[in-house]
Design a protein around this ligand. Sequence first.
Ligand SMILES: Nc1ncnc2c1ncn2[C@@H]1O[C@H](COP(=O)(O)OP(=O)(O)O)[C@@H](O)[C@H]1O
Ligand SMILES: [Mg+2]
Length: 254
Amino acid sequence: MKIKLPGQKLKEKKAISEPANSNKKKKKETKNVLSEKSKFAIVEAYKSARTNIMFSLSASEQKAFAVTSYAKGDGKSTVAANLAISFSKMGKKVILIDCDLRRPNLHNILKLENKAGFSDMVGRMVVFDDVVHRDVLPCLDVLTSGTIPPNPSELICSPEVTRFVERLNREYDYIIFDSPPIGVVADALLLKDYIAGYILVTRERKTTHGDIERLLQNIKLADSKPLGFIRVGVTHEGKRGRRGYYYYYYYQYY
Ligand SMILES: Nc1ncnc2c1ncn2[C@@H]1O[C@H](COP(=O)(O)OP(=O)(O)O)[C@@H](O)[C@H]1O
Ligand SMILES: [Mg+2]
């Protein structure tokens, strides 16, 4: 199924197979993942985002939300992984699912195998228990994207996903979907029935006001809601005038 919403730049991105990642790229992917070595300010920013998201979820009595943005490369997967890590640190059971079935990246970010995953499970080629990565960190399970399918939008709409999410709701405290960019394809919006709303990632010096307007418009048209923004890639003048770290800020939408 192809849905074109206002502001979407391309009709449908051609699915690509897993890029032949060099070690250098893999290292770059993982360096932004929260760990004991992460800067205090970044860990705290994610904690504050987590608190705000928890309030939004409890208000809607939902356990699930999706992370999206306007374009590819904005940092959705990195933010989704870090939010999942941050939620799991509270000792709550979290599942993170890669629903970007066109350009999946979570498995690279978290260094997981992706021989089979979400798409194979929805296509009934495998069962969840055989493909889920259990305890990637304490309290954190991850389902990678799986094989890149020819029909990602149809897969996301399938009744199998509804049944799957019902099960997740019974087994987990928080469900986090990583999803494709809304400015490119409508897949992320197809998740709306399973979630409380969207966390929107904006990237400094890349995401434009127009992009944000179109994001919000598309979410509204889909009859869903934004839960908040996470702004990534904010450079900071260091003590010696050097451009410093990447900071994360959270803005509540309303
Ligand atoms: N906060 C950040 N600071 C620096 N680089 C980042 C940050 N978030 C993501 N990146 C880098 O940007 C690239 C794209 O990130 P990714 O999370 O895969 O984006 P998306 O899922 O939106 O396509 C990756 O190479 C990643 O390492
Ligand atoms: Mg991604």
